[in-house]
Write a protein that binds this ligand. Sequence first.
Ligand code: SAH
Length: 291
Amino acid sequence: MIGATFLKALCIQKAFCLRRTLTPCIKFTVLGVPFKRCLKVLPTSRILQKMSSEAEDLSVSTAKKPKFSVLDVDEWQKRWAERKIGFHQDAVHLYLEKYIDKLLNKHEKIDVFMPLCGKAVDIKWLADKGHSVVGVECSSMALEEFFDEQNVEYTTEPVNEVKGSLYKSKDGKIKLYCCDFFAFNKDIAGQFDAIWDRAAMVAINRSDRVKYTDLLKSLMKPECRLALVTLEFDESLHAGPPHDFPEDNVRELYEETCNVEMVESMDGLKERHKGWGLSSLEEKFYVIMKK
Ligand code: SAH
């Protein structure tokens, strides 16, 4: 009788345990016996089998668990060499044109910073309007293509502090540093009136998001306007980059020290996103300023 009750209790407890967690359940006890010992009642192979089948049942999130890709600077450079640059757009970004007044913040000419700038045509557009632009990009190929395609004469010089080099337009309005973003800091080119972050925050490895945000904040003048474009999509379908970047995460990262305004969001689904298996993708535009 006691044996039957014990076995029943054991089964209930074990099933309960396996449903709740996939880690060994040493915390649970059955009739005073630690659960770890109870597991020994079954052969290990059966326990593992059961655990894995439970895992499959458990949730869609386990089966569809997104594997976020992690890219280092070398891999980005390789992407440029292999022409995997679907993020590049030939036209000035809609939000930049539409909301330039928010970045200007009543100033006529501003110093704009563009992290992870690639060869964005936005750089030239801003410089043509008389603003000065500083960018950081790890691929020299991207920067050379920028100057060639935009017909802007430039010079290059080594910059030891960033273990890289500076590509500078002859008129000095455009300064693009070729280096790892995390080697850049405010001593290199000062702080800025505005930051244009398009396809940068969403390209950064998820584990670097706090480091990235802290560095960006350190580059903001007190009145700086940080314009941020993010993407929201089902990342279980696409490991990135770009990465899904929900509004909660933006607020978590910035709201302690900044005011965050979500200005506009639009359907950003393009053919290349459909190729990733997505059926929806939202592009959100924020303006962030220091409190
Ligand atoms: N903002 C650009 C490019 C976005 S794609 C645009 O709108 O087109 C992200 C870019 O960041 C790529 O060009 C990649 O080479 C660069 N990049 C990625 N990690 C970097 C890092 N740690 N430091 C500098 N550049 C980086």
